[in-house]
Design a protein around this ligand. Sequence first.
Ligand code: NAD
Ligand code: UFG
Length: 338
Amino acid sequence: MAILVTGGAGYIGSHTVVELQQAGHEVVILDNLSNADERVLQRLQAITGKAATFYRADIRDRKALSEVFEKEKIESVIHFAGLKAVGESVEKPWEYYDNNITGTLTLVDEMRRHGVKNIIFSSSSTVYGEPDAVPVTEESPKKACTNPYGWTKSMLEQILSDMQAADHEWNVVLLRYFNPIGAHRSGTIGENPNGIPNNLMPYITQVAVGKLKELNVFGDDYPTKDGTGVRDYIHVVDLAKGHVKALAKLTPGSGLNIYNLGTGTGYSVLEIVKNFEEASGVKIPYVIRPRRAGDIACNYASAEKAKRELGWVAENGIREMCEDSWRWQKNNPNGYAD
Ligand code: NAD
Ligand code: UFG
C-alpha cells in the first residue's frame, strides 16, 4: 500500500516525501508543477535512494485522479496541493477558490469512489485569525480570515469535518501549520519561491545571497517585545515528521483529529534577523516600513496536543532553522535551476 502525496513536489511536500520514504512508506506523488520544479524528484532520490512514482496531474482533473487510484494501491492521502500566496489570493480570489476548493472537492470525491477514506490536510494557523490569547490551542476559536487564501483553509476544514461527520468511514487529520522555514540538512531541497518572496525567511536568504538589497521590516509598532511581528517558526523537517506521526492516527474509527504543528515559541522579525546573521555570518541590512495589510501582531502555538496524542515534538531550534535555510540558499542561489 502507498501514500498519495498531492503537492509532493512543493516545499513541505518534498520534505515529507523524504521522511515518509525513510520511515519505509511507499510514496506516489501527484503535482501539476504550477509551483514546483520537476528536478526536485532527482534530488529526493539522491537523499533517500528510493524513487517515488510521479504523476504530473491537477487535482481538479477527475480522470487523471481516477487513473491514479485505479493503478496504484493507495491507502491514505496527504493533501498539500494548493495555491498559497496570501497577496495573490486577494487579486485572484476565483483562482484560489477554484484550485483549493474545487480541487479538494474533486480529490475527496475520487477518493471515496475508490474506497480511500483516509486524509491528512494541510491547514494553517491563519484559521485562528487575530487570536485573543497566545499560545493558541486547537480549541481556540476560529476567526474571520483576512484573505481568500485563509478562507480556503478555513472552509476546507469545515468541508472535511462535515464529510467525516456524515460518513464515519472517513478518518481525517487537519494539521494547522505555523511558519515553516529551514530545509533538509543536505542543502539539496528547500523552498523555491517564484519571483520576490512574500515570506520572511526566503526574503532574508535572498538578501544574504545578494539577490535583494535589504529586508523590509513591516512595522515596528506592534505590542510585542521589540515592536515587530512575532511568529512560531518551525523547521520544515520537523513539520514533515509530524505528517508521518499523524498517519498513525488514520485508523478505523479515529474520526476527526486536529493538531497544531508549531514549536510553542514565538520569535520577532528582528530576532530572526539576528539569529540568521549569527548562523550565516552574513549581515542583513534592513529598513523599517509601515505595517503590511492583513498582518497580525503575534501568534504562536500550543503544541501540547500533538505531543500528547502523536508523540511528536519539534526537535530543531532557531539556530538549525537559520543554518539550514542558509545552506539551501547558498548552495542553490537559483533554486533547482542550478
Ligand atoms: P508549495 O507551493 O511549495 O507546494 C504546493 C504544491 O502543490 C506545489 O508543488 C504545486 O505545484 C502543487 N499544486 C498547486 N495546485 C495544484 C493542483 N491544482 N493540482 C496539483 N498540484 C498542485 O507550498 P508549500 O509551502 O509546500 O505548502 C503546502 C501546503 O501547506 C499548501 O496547501 C499550503 O497552503 C499549506 N501551508 C503552507 C504554509 C507555508 O507557510 N508554507 C503554511 C500553512 C499551510
Ligand atoms: N515580514 C517582514 N518582511 C518581509 C516578510 C515578512 O517584516 O519581507 C514579517 C511579517 O510582517 C510577519 C513575519 O515577518 O510579522 C512573518 O511573515 P511571513 O509572511 O513569513 O508569514 P505570515 O505569518 O504572515 O504568513 C504565514 C504564511 C501564510 C499563512 C500564515 C498563517 O505565509 O500562508 O503564516 O499560517 F497563512
